[in-house]
Design a protein around this ligand. Sequence first.
Ligand SMILES: [Zn+2]
Length: 470
Amino acid sequence: MRHGVLCALLLTATSFVGTTFAQGLDAPSTKAMAPASADLILSNGKILTPRGWMPSVAIGNGVILAVGDDAAMRPHRTSRTRVIDLHGDTVFPGLNDAHVHVMWGGLQLTGVAKGINDLMSSKIASLTRAQRTAAIQAGLQEMLSYGVTSFNDALSEEEDMTIFAALADAGKLKQRVKVCIRWDGGAAKAAAEALIENRAHFSRKRITTDCVKLYTDGAPMMRTARMLEPYAGDPHTVGQWTIPPDQLKQLVQQFDARGFTLKIHGTGDGAARSSLDAIEAARKANGWSPQMHELAHNSFVAPEDLKRARSVGATLEFSPYIWYPTPFEDVATRATVGDERMERVHPAREAIEAGALVVGGSDWPFADSVSPWLGIETLVTRRTPGGGGHAVGEKEAITIEQALDMFTVNAAKELRARDKLGAIEPGLLADIVVLDRNPLQIPITQVHQTKAKLVFIEGEIVYDAAKPRS
Ligand SMILES: [Zn+2]
């Protein structure tokens, strides 16, 4: 109401200025717009912003109105503004998980699946809609508990998409979801293409469905990752193609022309090269599109290809969180590729120094935890969470600021939403997280324990650790 009156006054003032200048010239108004009123002010905190730490943030209509001190809040504060005293708590922008399998992770949380083998078994095919819905809701809640406000569901099937859409319609899906639909060249080709055609049926305000997932190779520990050089002790094996290079070029070119963003699975350095070749060919054929096609995983990428990622407009997504000693990577992968290549496993530092757009994903439940804080700590230490022991690929260690960027501002760029997400600054959507500690002011070996106390999406409280859902 008050806002409306101010706008009416402002309109009158503008018309007056208009008649003074007359002659139909569009004279710029020198009157400032009335400050928008805040629904919510978080005060007395440590808020991470591009201008440094700030004590307060004002939020109105889901948008960040102002960051700064009490004086900066005052113009936005009305009798209806809710004020939350943070008592010195730390506030970060919401985090993005660039690669996760929500239903599979949730099936483990709800006890329906015990491990990865269970997930791959036929048992999963016979699950009811109710079991799947419960699993997805458990997965969503688990991610919120770490401050994950947006994610890429990296291999969505029709059932997942149906449930995401139903939850959104019921007001129960709060996070932003980028769904990637698997393209299949085999028996499921017709079904996959029908689902891709029908994608808009599942898109919602916070669900985008214009991503297609392609597989170029397998995984190093199975010797199915496509490598540039043979596997250790096996001079005749360089791995396999799931989609060979010529076919990949055709597919990337076709999907790029139709406006899709591609997420291309590749773990070997040969697969990475083939994906970059395909993206480069699509740029030449179609011209530059805004889609930042993604190479997923990137266990191994040749140095010259890291440099190409920037020049062809590709995003490098590092996942799962296994760039520290795990049986999965440090033992099984090391055994197949040898010690020398392991020195550059998940080459995050080189990728960032080459100017590539780099994002991080858990690949949960293939990583033990969906916590991005586990990923962030170990990108810096390259050691077991909590420290100690030996490091893996230590030369590829990055700073915590670089690691945070992978989960915030870089992810927003990849989503083509940097004008809406990725930082706490006026004009962006209020996807923000109150944390239980300050990851930038504690020993790095404690960062993996970070949890969210409160999570806001567009200014709405969507998670409160003090009131866990039953
Ligand atoms: Zn995955």
